[in-house]
Design a protein around this ligand. Structure first.
Ligand code: ADP
Ligand code: GN1
Ligand code: MG
Length: 356
């Protein structure tokens, strides 16, 4: 039986109720009305099988960022996630049943958004993610644990998809032939970024790897970027992963799980706003191959995510949290619609990149 959250909170010296919070697909998040307020999270240990490694990464990265933000005259209590230690003095609580919980200070005066309300809001997230990357540019990458190996290795994601298809555990493959064919039609392109990393034209950096709009807290009033959150997947990676994944989510004209696909398009105005802001943060610290692959990275990260949703659908929805039947299939369809739309817009996107 699962241990009650009240019992968990005792290990943080708190006696209080919790309220489910946020729209993440992986962890379980709760708001706790302590003063000041806090955020309790159950780390998904089916996915993050080594929570020690996850928390060591987060402790190291937040300590590093805290120092940089302080030196630059910023406010680290707002701009960096702050962990509340357990009464045992640990960065998280590991319950006897193996479940793992951490507590953060709630970043007051901010909120996250599931859709950008304007191009300016989306640009604010680009500044936040770009700055995050810039501040971590001299973080010792070799000290980070690779918590999910090959996380954005799209060739490996294709391999996992093919395996799920061969198993067809739930007998769902027959009903999604069109999506399967679409995924397979991109097989020749899945290795482009990993090949560029291998040949040295795209450098490994410390990257966030999950740059969804709702993983950045924006000021409630000004909508400026305040703090990048959801640091579970901070690992060595490519800047193209962070750039592409942010566009996958934020430049779509519809929700990630929109059923009416006529509402889903890739918005070039949003692409331009994000690109301008992100490149302004990165400055001249980019290789020519990185610049060249920016438009393609949006397409590849979208394809990869769609393939992951389809894989999970074939596997019987064991990875991403779902809230309705066929939810992962609906999510896959929006991603593939975007991939097809980006295909038509790659030249225009390259022209936009050239402007900045
Ligand atoms: P998941 O890995 O499940 O996506 P997140 O860490 O992204 O979990 O948290 C889910 C949501 O909870 C975020 O989108 C954000 O709205 C909210 N949240 C998380 N941490 C904080 C925090 N420290 N302060 C305020 N809100 C937070
Ligand atoms: C998951 O945890 P969350 O909801 O921010 C996933 C990302 C996907 C995203 C799709 C650890 O992100 O990789 O891009 O869903 N995180 C993990 O919405 O797999
Ligand atoms: Mg999240």
């Amino acid at each position: 039986m699962e241990i009650g959250l009240r019992e968990i909170l005792r290990h943080f010296d708190i006696e209080m109720e919790t309220v489910p919070y946020g729209n993440g697909h992986i962890n379980a998040t709760y708001l706790v009305e302590t003063r000041p307020r806090t955020i309790l999270q159950r780390i998904n240990t089916d996915i993050f099988t080594d929570p020690d490694a996850v928390m060591e990464n987060i402790e190291a990265v937040t300590a590093f960022l805290r120092k940089k933000v302080t030196e630059a005259g910023g406010d680290p209590s707002r701009e960096v996630l702050t962990l509340v230690p357990t009464v045992e003095g640990k960065s998280y609580y590991r319950a006897p049943d193996g479940s793992a919980y951490r507590l953060y200070h709630f970043i007051e005066g901010t909120r996250s958004f599931d859709r950008a309300e304007s191009a300016a809001m989306f640009a604010a997230s680009a500044h936040a993610f770009g700055k995050f990357q810039r501040l971590l540019s001299d973080f010792p990458a070799e000290t980070l644990h690779e918590v999910i190996p090959r996380f954005h290795d799209t060739s490996d994601r294709l391999r996992q998809f093919r395996e799920a298809l061969a198993r067809d555990e739930k007998g769902r493959a027959a009903s999604v032939q069109e999506e399967i064919a679409f995924a397979l039609s991109y097989a020749d392109r899945v290795g482009v970024i990993t090949d560029a990393i291998a040949d040295g034209s795209v450098p490994l950096r410390v990257t966030h790897n999950d740059t969804k709009l709702n993983n950045v807290m924006l000021d409630e009033e000004t909508h400026e970027g305040v703090c990048v959150i959801d640091l579970d997947t901070v690992m060595p990676g490519s800047l193209l992963y962070d750039f592409g994944d942010a566009l996958r989510f934020g430049a779509s004209t519809g929700a990630e799980d929109e059923i009416d696909l006529s509402k889903i398009e890739f918005d070039l105005t949003y692409f331009e706003a994000f690109t301008e802001a992100f490149l302004a943060e990165m400055g001249s610290d980019m290789t020519s191959r990185e610049r060249e692959l920016l438009p393609f990275s949006a397409q590849l990260m979208t394809l990869e995510c769609g393939m992951r949703f389809l894989t999970d659908y074939l596997n019987g929805d064991t990875y991403f949290r779902i809230h309705r039947e066929h939810h992962n299939l609906d999510r896959c369809r929006t991603q593939f619609k975007l991939v097809a739309d980006i295909e038509k817009k790659l030249t225009a996107m390259a022209e936009i990149v050239a402007k900045y």
